[in-house]
Design a protein around this ligand. Structure first.
Ligand code: CP
Ligand code: NVA
Length: 315
């Protein structure tokens, strides 16, 4: 497919994208990464501005958007909820309308998925979801790029997410895997399984791509995994549940023993970061030979550059 067909598109969830569209974004991301390696400087976002609206904290997502946009000659304006009228004196609808008159696009990170949808609806400009309680789509694209870089050309990749199966990262990985034909296993205690509606939806999508989607509480499902992935036990906004989560998820910690259970000497470890060593992952895994987390963090920038370029850039 022609990447130019993505002009003006929002990215709210990968459910809205076809497999060949996601593939085109991965190809563009690979291209921009190679350009960066060669030291080439492009200006494909010259004169474009993006509102970077953050209700929750961020290191990687904010930095990836800011640097990717600046490198292409555009400008990202960081707007934290602490410093705007939004949610106090002004509604989301009115804020969106104003952004629509000033910016080329909006990045939003916050709690409610409906807020990302409302921003798109009332601004009339593309909105990129930088994480909500439901989804983290830009993260999932970087994760697939990292996975495929490590196993070039391999068909039927197996990705295992071991941890809080209900969270935004697990949900977005399930969708993108189902779309792209990646076998995806969520290993999680029964109380933390991804919701049935999404699982059924992904099951249907997987029938088309040939992906196998599996949800289990059994750790031995990690066998044969190309990549083991985890995330924090309590996501942003769930701090009060930390103790309860710790007791549920302690047996699901990604440690040396679990990595060995893959039976694969070349298995890799992925984590969206931030990571808490000694909780969801041990230091010997995240800092050891399995780990690809720094490549994964870097790929946030290349994939985000591709997403923004495809939507509002001169390509
Ligand atoms: N992985 C990720 O989204 O990191 P930040 O919360 O630092 O943006
Ligand atoms: N699930 C985590 C991801 C952080 C990037 C959270 O929502 O806090």
């Amino acid at each position: 497919m022609d990447i130019r067909a993505l002009k003006g598109r929002s990215l709210l969830t990968w459910l809205d994208f076809e497999a060949d569209e996601i593939r085109a974004l991965l190809d563009l991301s690979k291209q921009v990464k190679e350009e960066a390696r060669r030291g080439e400087r492009k200006q494909r976002l010259l004169g474009r501005t993006v509102a970077l609206l953050f209700e929750k904290s961020s290191t990687r997502t904010r930095c990836a958007f800011e640097t990717a946009i600046a490198e292409e000659g555009g400008h990202g304006v960081f707007i934290s909820f602490a410093d705007t009228h939004l949610g106090k004196k002004e509604t989301i609808e009115d804020t969106a309308r104003v952004f629509g008159r000033m910016f080329s696009a909006i990045e939003f990170r916050g709690f409610k998925q409906s807020m990302a949808e409302d921003l798109a609806k009332y601004s009339g400009i593309p909105v990129f979801n930088g994480l909500t309680d439901d989804y983290h789509p830009t993260q999932a694209l970087a994760d697939v790029q990292t996975l495929e870089e490590n196993f070039p050309g391999r068909k039927g990749l197996k990705l295992c997410f071991c941890g809080d199966g209900r969270n935004n990262v697990a949900r977005s990985l399930m969708i993108i895997s189902a779309k792209l034909g990646i076998n995806f296993t969520v290993i999680t205690p029964s109380g933390l399984k991804p919701d049935n509606v999404l699982t059924e939806k992904c099951g249907k999508i997987a029938k088309v791509s040939g992906a196998k989607i599996e949800i289990t509480d059994k750790l031995d499902a990690v066998e044969g995994a190309d990549a083991v992935y985890t995330d924090v036990w309590a996501s942003m906004g769930e701090e009060a549940k930390k103790e309860e989560r710790a007791s549920l998820l302690k047996p699901y910690q990604v440690n040396r023993v679990l990595m060995d259970r893959t039976g694969r000497k070349d298995a890799i470890f992925l984590h969206c970061l931030p990571a808490i060593r000694g909780e969801e992952v041990t230091a010997d895994v995240i800092d050891g030979a399995w780990s690809r987390v720094w490549d994964e963090a870097e790929n946030r920038k290349h994939t985000i550059k591709a997403i923004v370029l495809a939507s509002i850039g001169d390509i």
